[in-house]
Ligand binder design. Structure first.
Ligand code: COA
Length: 171
């Protein structure tokens, strides 16, 4: 398993994180596609990466209108990341950073925004079905495995994930 090179994220300017608007969806989906192609390439095969992208492509236009909370991260006027939370139960539904912008603190900035909203809403935890390549990122952010590796099925393709969670009550 290849470990991506680490960047000193402290030296890179923070992105602007704002609510996703309907007109952001095409660019947000391009970010999702490139994020998956690059970040998931060592853990997931072609069909699995396509199935993950398709699951967002088929829903994001509708979901931009609700009921979920969605954000984009911008740097230099360019969309570089996307996040989505279900505020009803604290489920992190999406977190993606563009291929060339990974390992530069953008995922952390998006997750901080998600977590801040979850805390304001009084949620006790954040949780999600995390892609295996992203597990070290979530561990770094305070998440822990809530179960063993499971296989989700999307478009008849089995996709291994790890359910992880972060308590918001103890910190
Ligand atoms: C996972 C992802 C969202 C993380 O965002 P990112 O912007 O690359 O991560 P950041 O630069 O904010 O990293 C924050 C910290 O986690 C660490 N980290 C991030 N990815 C890591 C990895 N794969 N392995 C080890 N550490 C990692 C960073 O080094 C950084 O550590 P620091 O606090 O010591 O500086 C992004 O890489 C991505 O989009 N990957 C592909 C799609 C995906 O898997 N999304 C998650 C779906 S559940």
């Amino acid at each position: 398993m290849a470990i991506p090179p680490r960047t000193n994220t402290a030296l890179v300017a923070s992105p602007v994180v704002r609510a996703l608007r309907f007109e952001d969806v095409p660019e947000a989906l391009r970010v999702v596609g490139r994020a998956v192609e690059h970040g998931c390439r060592w853990h997931y095969g072609r069909a699995q990466r396509d199935a993950v992208y398709a699951s967002y492509a088929s829903h994001l236009f509708v979901e931009a209108l609700g009921p979920f909370e969605s954000w984009v991260a911008e740097r230099g006027g360019r969309t570089v990341g996307v996040a989505q939370l279900d505020p009803a139960d604290g489920r992190l539904r999406a977190l993606f950073v563009d291929a060339g912008d990974q390992q530069r603190g953008i995922g952390r900035a998006l997750l901080a925004e998600v977590e801040a909203l979850a805390r304001r809403r009084g949620l006790g935890r954040l949780h999600g079905a995390m892609s295996l390549n992203a597990v070290p990122f979530y561990e770094r952010a305070g998440f822990r495995a809530a179960a063993g590796v499971e296989r989700l099925v999307s478009a008849r393709i089995a996709i291994p994930i790890l359910r992880m969670e972060k308590s918001l009550t103890s910190q």
